[in-house]
Design a protein around this ligand. Structure first.
Ligand SMILES: Cc1ncc(COP(=O)(O)O)c(C=O)c1O
Length: 371
């Protein structure tokens, strides 16, 4: 059987053995539900969740009460919209601003609100020639949605400067950061960014699917968007006294096994981030092939390109048949492709498991496909 080279880290990270071992041990030996039991196993699960939350808070420079577990970035981005529009003080939101870097998960919840007539207008932040958000194009807006790193362009955005520019225009702007790709390569610092909300998914950094983080700066100020077990301090027929944040945002049973692996995945990522020299090497090699048009910069965290006269699906199928796992299509980021004047692209993204041998194998397969 052919050796498989997995270069689709930006879609989902492979899981370190230590994550698999921790989850297996949890399921086999330590499993119990959290937040409701008094037996030693149940309280140990509470302790485990708390420890991972502390780890996450440290990882993004937040307070523990600001870190909410979700089922992933998409869940978080949709929940933010519901949390905001449920607040009486935000009944009159008028505008939201996005750029063309956005993943569907970040923009669509707001676009749908626009369609439903619950917000008046969508404003645009412009991109410069490197596809970075132009700081001087940040509009005066009620809500700003930023993708800290596009999953097609792979460049870190200057989130701190972008948010400062937005606050200069409107001190009350609500700022939302999608850090789903940024988290893999760069250090998140929500305090220095001064954002109101931030999300990412665990599976993008080696944790399991079904778990993610939602950072809420003013967590005590907002009413929750979901109701159920685990978030209640006291309840009667008519009244509800909520737990404090973050628990008040965590109705229902959490993804316990995935949370257990999340903590280990963070430890592993800190020790071992993807080697972006591999991306530079592949960039340089692809740059020598006339039929290939590279869409990303040499210092980007991933490599996106198209091949003259070849559909991206054909390329992806041929690459796959030769053992190279990569991503083709619109990457759930239609707007940047529209801006580029194409329907889709080919994306290669590396994880800590990839080596120079993998990069060389990729280049040799590409040369065979396009010759
Ligand atoms: C930039 C960005 N935002 C959001 C998402 C959505 O993540 P998930 O599917 O894990 O919810 C992705 C996933 O590809 C992404 O790359």
């Amino acid at each position: 059987m052919k050796e498989i080279v997995y270069m689709d880290a930006a879609a989902s990270f492979l899981k370190p053995q230590s994550v698999i071992d921790a989850e297996t041990d949890f399921l086999l030996n330590r499993y119990a539900n959290a937040g409701r039991g008094v037996c030693c196993r149940a309280t140990a699960v509470d302790d485990m969740i708390h420890a991972v939350r502390v780890q996450l808070a440290d990882f993004i420079n937040a307070d523990v009460s600001q870190v909410v577990f979700t089922s992933g970035a998409t869940d978080g981005l949709n929940r933010i919209v519901n949390i905001i529009i449920n607040q009486p003080q935000y009944n009159n939101l008028s505008t939201f601003a996005v750029s063309d870097l956005e993943h569907h998960s970040a923009r669509l919840p707001w676009q749908e609100l626009l369609k439903a007539g619950k917000i008046r207008e969508m404003l645009k932040c412009e991109l410069d020639e490197n596809f970075d958000i132009k700081i001087d194009s940040i509009p005066n807006t009620d809500v700003l949605v930023i993708t800290a790193m596009s999953n097609v362009i792979g460049r870190p955005q200057d989130v701190k400067k972008i948010i400062a520019a937005a606050r200069k225009k409107n001190p009350d702007v609500i700022t939302i950061v999608d850090a789903s790709q940024y988290v893999v390569h760069e250090q998140i610092d929500v305090k220095s960014w001064d954002c109101d909300f931030m999300v990412f998914s665990g599976h993008k950094i080696g944790a399991d699917t079904g778990v993610g983080v939602l950072y809420i700066r003013d967590a005590e100020k907002y009413m929750p968007d979901k109701f159920g077990g685990g978030m209640v301090l006291k309840v009667s027929d008519t009244d509800l006294v909520l737990n404090n944040a973050p628990e008040k945002f965590e109705a229902g049973t959490l993804p316990l096994t995935q949370i257990c692996g999340f903590g280990i995945a963070i430890q592993e990522l800190k020790k071992n981030r993807p080697d972006l020299n591999l991306v530079k090497y592949m960039y340089d090699e692809l740059n020598k092939i006339p039929k290939i048009k590279i869409l990303t910069s040499r210092d980007a965290a991933l490599l996106s390109f198209v091949v003259d006269g070849m559909h991206v699906l054909d390329f992806g199928t041929l690459a796959g048949a030769n053992g190279i796992c990569l991503r083709v299509g619109n990457m759930c980021a239609s707007w940047i492709h529209k801006l580029l004047g194409i329907d889709g692209s080919i994306r290669v993204s590396v994880g800590p498991w990839n080596s120079m041998l993998d990069a060389e194998q990729f280049i040799s397969v590409v040369k065979n496909i396009v010759k």
